[in-house]
Write a protein that binds this ligand. Structure first.
Ligand code: ADP
Ligand code: MG
Length: 681
């Protein structure tokens, strides 16, 4: 099997350069990847309906003989239509195909096939338009449906998969050792692969799926463990003194009890244990995680080490940089910013400052983990909004020092089983208290007809010295009809409603420097209104903003809406969140109304999970885990099973690098090299 990952799909007969390119679009370049391109759905071709029994429109599988040669009729504009009639012992059905010149070659007169598709009726009888079909000799089966792309349909993929399976060696090396398979009732890899593509029965399919899902989660599980293994090592970073009291003096506010506890937890980890700190600080948006991180950085730096603070977006990094710089003014701590969009010369300067130790605290994006960045003596790595980073990225940052301490911060509450995998043996501090004088954001849901009223309200807020965000889902004009695009929206706003008020626009397609300029302008209260896409979703902090208007609210998930709403209500003024939607069905309305009824992030995440189902919970791969081919992060039962199996494997073989686990290791490498799961806006 491993060698098939080195065999290009073009090695299959019938796959030329053009086909190969189409496969590439589906993320498939090798035969191995094609074999792992599991069907997205299945059709049940095992239940055949006699033609005479079909009296209602619907989707059916019939087993019938082609009763006439396929006729081709040209239509205007080079289009054409193929027709034939098929029969079984009970009746006949007309088949119609459009623009497929191969049909007449594929369907042989007098031969028997399974036909699967929708049957409709007209005055002449029943017909099937463009049914899928396969020779009857294949026997009743469950038919795979593959995710397709332009020019590459499911049937073609199916053919290629069939050829790929023929390339499998007689005995396929199995990453799961036999003893483990026996103990947990898992079938062998070869059978699993064959049955996941071409199962004979639903039971076969389920058995195959169970095996593959379990294997993938075991691979994930063990991979995460090895990434984390550093956590049990001794840290080269010795912290002797707690400087958090001194740091508190620098703050313009009193820390909340919860913040103090989180800081104390961290300092305790570093002071009292020989191993490195490995801590997650979880707190709802606005709970003040930044101050906690800053305090811990301060203590580490005062003990003679460097600290690195990694943020998921340039905007956020720049903002943290400014905050930290102001805060640490006069303390002698040197602060640097390192992001991809800096001028080369600036990057060079910061990098050399990190290498020689003259920069003690660096705030940055992924630029921090590139090979070019070296530290003199990194003592602490902080990742902000952890769910946006891959675990591999986190590990990379840690590798820049001699087992530095790790602090990860996240606003996203996650289900327990998944948390165990993502964070493993991380210790957790929860900030369960908001800074004082926060008034809960008042949230309303309005139809588009209420927009005028809200604009008037925004004007009033602006005249009181406040600012407003307006969020639209997309960037470019006309991307989706009826969906406001930031550019277009802002233009209209400036022209029609707020010609006298400075409006800024920010979205992911701007150059980072342009983005920063606009964000800065908003933070400095030069722009009163900021029209934005979800680039502002994470972390941005402008306490003076009091209105968050969200257009097409139906397009956002609850957790995302909560993140967006978290951009307001950060000061002591009453803040408002207005969701506008004109495309609401019952379910959407119910979902959005949850937002109006609570400000509690944990409750909202819970509802989100319940309503949307776990698949969508994290939005697009925002959990920092590798992309899975078949398993589902929300499949609690399989997650638990995989945990058990991973334990058993470690118990039996002790060392992940032992020879019996060679194939399993190869799978781990492959899963994690799919990497790159960060969503930079
Ligand atoms: P988050 O947890 O979402 O990252 P931030 O760290 O950005 O939250 O803090 C949100 C806002 O609250 C910031 O403007 C910050 O200065 C302010 N803040 C943080 N802690 C306190 C506190 N103890 N008292 C008052 N304001 C605070
Ligand atoms: Mg934050």
């Amino acid at each position: 099997m491993p060698s098939l990952f080195k065999t290009p799909v073009s090695a299959l007969s019938g796959v030329g350069p053009k086909r190969a390119e189409q496969f590439e679009k589906l993320g498939i370049s090798s035969v191995g990847e094609l074999i792992q391109f599991y069907p997205r759905a299945y059709e049940d071709w095992s239940e055949v309906t006699p033609i005479a029994d079909i009296t209602e429109e619907g989707t059916y599988c019939v087993k019938a003989v082609v009763g006439s040669a396929v006729s081709n009729t040209m239509l205007a504009g080079g289009r054409f239509i193929c027709k034939t009639t098929v029969y079984d012992d009970t009746g006949t059905v007309k088949l119609v195909f459009f623009n497929n010149k191969y049909i007449s070659q594929m369907l042989a007169y007098g031969a028997e096939y399974f036909f699967y598709g929708k049957i409709t009726f007209d005055s002449y009888g029943s017909q099937m338009v463009a049914p899928a079909f396969s020779p009857a000799r294949q026997g009743p089966h469950i038919h795979p449906v593959y995710r397709s792309t332009a020019g590459l349909n499911s049937k073609t993929i199916e053919g290629a998969v069939q050829k790929s399976l023929k390339m499998l060696p007689e005995t396929v090396g199995d990453p799961l050792p036999e003893g483990i398979r026996k103990k947990f009732d898992l079938c062998g890899l070869r059978k699993a692969i064959e049955d996941i593509h071409f199962p004979k029965t639903t039971a076969d399919l389920e058995y195959a799926r169970r095996r593959l899902v379990t294997e993938e989660l075991v691979v994930l599980n063990l991979g995460m463990r090895s990434l984390r293994d550093h956590s049990r090592t001794l840290s080269g970073v010795k912290i002797h003194e707690d400087f958090s009291a001194q740091f508190e003096e620098l703050l313009p506010f009193e820390l909340t009890g919860a913040q103090k506890r989180a800081i104390a937890d961290c300092v305790n980890d570093m002071l009292s244990k020989p191993s490195q700190m490995n801590r997650l600080v979880q707190g709802d948006v606005g709970s003040g995680k930044t101050a906690v991180a800053a305090s811990v950085c301060f203590t580490v730096i005062k003990n003679g080490f460097q600290a690195a603070f990694m943020a998921p977006t340039e905007i956020l990094a720049a903002q943290h940089y400014e905050t930290f710089q102001k805060l640490l003014e006069g303390t002698g701590v040197t602060v640097g910013l390192l992001t991809g969009s800096l001028r080369e010369s600036d990057k060079k300067r910061v990098r050399s400052g990190l290498a020689d130790g003259t920069i003690q605290l660096v705030i940055g994006t992924h630029a921090l983990i590139t090979d070019k960045t070296e530290f003199n003596n990194l003592g602490l790595a902080v990742t902000d909004e952890q769910h946006r980073f891959g675990v591999a990225q986190r590990a990379k940052l840690l590798s820049k020092g001699d087992n530095p301490h790790l602090l990860v911060m996240s606003a996203t509450p996650i289900p327990r089983t998944l948390g165990l995998i993502i964070f493993g043996d991380l210790d957790i501090s929860v900030i369960d208290e908001l800074p004082p004088n926060r008034k809960p954001v008042r949230t309303v849901l309005l139809p588009a007809s209420g927009r005028g009223r809200i604009y008037k309200f925004i004007r009033e807020e602006v005249s009181r010295g406040r600012q407003a965000y307006i969020v639209c889902p997309l960037v470019e004009e006309g991307e989706l009809e009826g969906v406001a695009s930031a550019e277009e929206y802002a233009a209209e706003l400036m022209l029609k409603y707020f010609p006298d008020i400075p409006v800024g626009v920010v979205h992911g397609k701007l150059k980072p420097a342009e983005k920063d300029a606009v964000m800065d302008g908003f933070a400095r209260n030069e722009y009163k209104i900021l029209v934005a896409t979800t680039v502002i979703e994470v972390g941005v902090d402008v306490p003076n903003a009091s209105v968050m208007l969200i257009e097409n609210a139906e397009r956002f998930g609850l957790s995302q809406l909560h993140q967006l709403r978290g951009r307001v209500g950060r000061g002591d003024a009453q803040s408002f969140c207005v969701m506008i939607s004109d495309r609401m069905n019952q379910v959407t309305r119910q979902r959005l109304e949850v937002m109006c009824s609570t400000n509690d992030g944990f409750k909202i995440a819970d509802e989100d999970l319940k309503m949307r189902g776990p698949g969508d919970f994290f939005g697009e791969r925002q959990h920092g885990l590798p992309q899975l081919a078949i398993a589902d992060f929300a499949d609690t039962k399989s997650l638990e099973l995989s945990q058990k199996i991973a334990d058993e494997i470690m118990f039996r073989y002790k060392d992940l690098r032992s020879d019996e686990l060679r194939l399993l290791n190869a799978e781990i490498d492959r899963l994690f090299s799919r990497g790159g799961h960060n969503t930079m806006n």
